[in-house]
Design a protein. Sequence first.
Length: 348
Amino acid sequence: MDGSGLEQWLPSLIAAAVTVLAVFAMRSIESHRWAGDVSERTFRKQVYTFGILLLGTLVVIFVLPEGANQDLAFGVIGLVVTGALAISSQSIIANGMAGLLLRSLKKFKPGDFIEVDGREGRVTELGLFHTEIQTNDRDLTTVPNSLMVNHPVKVVRASGTIVSANVSIGYDVSRHTLKPLLLSAAETAELAEPFVQVVDLGDYSVVYRVAGFLDTPERLLGVRSKLRGAMLDILHEAGIEIMSPMYVATRNRDEEVSVPALSARPRIDEPADDSHGLVFDKAEIAGAIETHRRAIADARARVAQLEEELGADGADHESIRRSIETLTQKVLHLNNEIEDLEAMLRSD
């Protein structure tokens, strides 16, 4: 290639070099800007990298020398894009578009309990192409974002949820006798505002549902188990036979014999179930990072408001400065905690 030929291709080479430098610069900026949020940082890097590369490719083609066939190059790109969109339902593009949609809807965040297509767990990461959840056996499951969009997603609200359990009891037990026992089981499981419903009248038994409000969703796994255990203990101690899911038998029954299993010792208060901390360890950390990030945003907004008040006439400048200093220290402390939590995530 002679000097004139190189000069013709120089604009395209410069455009390609600028594109590469822009990608590296963007990734460096985003790494510092979102240092406290791994999920947000990864997501933005993926989106911005794709956008810069696409724009850079178009610029390179646009500044091709006169001898090059620009129409052919644009035609090839158009064909590739059209083909990719045509098969997007089964491609990376579909997951990417679904990831953008999920981000814009903001229906859930790291640390939330979700259930989608039979998969249940706590969100640990929101990516451009997939969402990672930690199941109740501590394993990590990667769910494509296209599946998250195409199937209903059940999200446990951070403000609390209803925990319930069903039990089948024979027709020989009055519901008026059973209701206070089931309510007692819900109270033992530390559920607020418990209630009992008659769900179904079966051929051989009545299905009851006992439920109550749990204001700490992170304890959902342990409380579900505690509720069922309390139901089992209380009903057996009351001499009531549980007939779940179905029990059909013909027998000569001695009135002196108790059918439910009698407890060998008095029922005692069991220690608190902290299994959620072991099962959802990564989700707990991701949720804590998300909570800290929101607290930092609130603190910074308050600092900005106080700085505006600082310039007002008649303001208590000393008090405002102390408040700003306190909030600044809080932000610094939260950032340090986020760094420690991120280090724990990376070591997993």
